[in-house]
Design a protein around this ligand. Sequence first.
Ligand SMILES: C[S@@+](CC[C@H](N)C(=O)[O-])C[C@H]1O[C@@H](n2cnc3c(N)ncnc32)[C@H](O)[C@@H]1O
Length: 323
Amino acid sequence: MAGDKLNFRFSEDLMLFKNNYKIVNSPWVNKIYSGQDPNSQDLLDHLHIIHNRHAGFTEKIATNCCDLDGKNSYELLLDTVDPSTHRDILDLACGSGVLLEYCDKHFPFNLKLSGVDMNDSELKLARTRLLNKDINFYNAKAQELGFIGDSSKDVIFCHWALTLMDPIIPVLKTIKRILKNQGVFSAIVDGDPNSAIGYSDIHNIIYKFVQKIFPNYGLLELGDPRVRSLKTLNELVKKVFHDCEVKITSHVLSFKQKPIVLAKEVSGFFYASLVLSSKHYSILVSELADYFKNISVDGLGEFNLPVNRLIVKKPSKLCSLKK
Ligand SMILES: C[S@@+](CC[C@H](N)C(=O)[O-])C[C@H]1O[C@@H](n2cnc3c(N)ncnc32)[C@H](O)[C@@H]1O
C-alpha cells in the first residue's frame, strides 16, 4: 500500500472525514475503510451509487482509445460478429448504450438488439440514445437472467463490465445457457497494466492519491480478481465453457490529447477516482495534468490503455449445460 496513510481513529474520524470530504458513502467503501470484507450486495450498492452519479462515464475514454488500426474497444467487439449468421445480439451490462448504437449503425441488415443493465441511470441514457430504435432494454442483474430463453442469443457482448461481477460463475453459466450453438460471447476486460506504456504510472498516481484519503482503497478490487489477468480469466472461462473454443487476445489502445483534457477524461475512467469528493477530485486532475504535460510531445499527452478481448465460440453441437 502506498505511503502517507492518515491515521484515523476509526469511528470518530470516519464521521469527521465523511462530513468534511463527502466521499462516496457506500457500504462497500465503509467496509473496506474499516478493514472488513464487503459482500456481493455491498458491491452492487456501491456500483449503483457510482453509476447514479456518473452515468455514462465509461464511454468517453472507451470511444477515444484506439489501436493502430483506429479501432476502439467497442469496435473490437463488433469484429467478433459473423454477419452471415448472427442476428440476435445481447449487450450484457450495456451501460449508456454505446455498443448497441455501434451495432445499429455498423450492420446493414436486420438485427434483433437488446441490452441488459442493473442501473436505471445508465439505462435511461441508453434509451434516450437509441430512441425510436427497435431495441429492448431490461433492468436486471447479470446473475439473474432467468427471463431470457435457453439458446436464444447469437451474440452476447460484455464491454468493461465482467470485471465488476461477483459472483462471476453464475454469470458465465447463464451466458452459456442463453448462447445459441455457433454463437459467440465476447468481452472486453482489463489487460496487463505493464503491457501499456505509462499505464502503471497513471494507475499509481490515482491509487496513491486515493489512498492518502482512503488508506485501504485498492487492497480489494471491485469484482472477481480472476477476471483481471489473462491466465486466471482463461482458466475461469474454460471451467464453464469447457467444450467451447476460448481465445483471449491482448491489445493496447491509445489516446492523444492536450494534457488537461486527457487528465479529466482519464481520471473519470477509474472507479477509484470516483469515490473522491469534488475538491479532491480536482486536485487529482491537476496532478494527472502535470504528468501528461511532462510526457507530452508537441503539446499532446498520451494515455495507453491495456485491454484483453475474450472470445468464446460455442460449437454447433451443444456444449454440456451441466457444469
Ligand atoms: C464500466 S460500465 C460499462 C458500460 C458499458 N458496457 C460501456 O462499456 O459503455 C459497467 C456497467 O456494468 C453494469 N453492471 C455492473 N455489474 C452488473 C451486474 N451484476 N449486472 C448487470 N449490470 C451490471 C453497471 O451498471 C454499468 O452500467
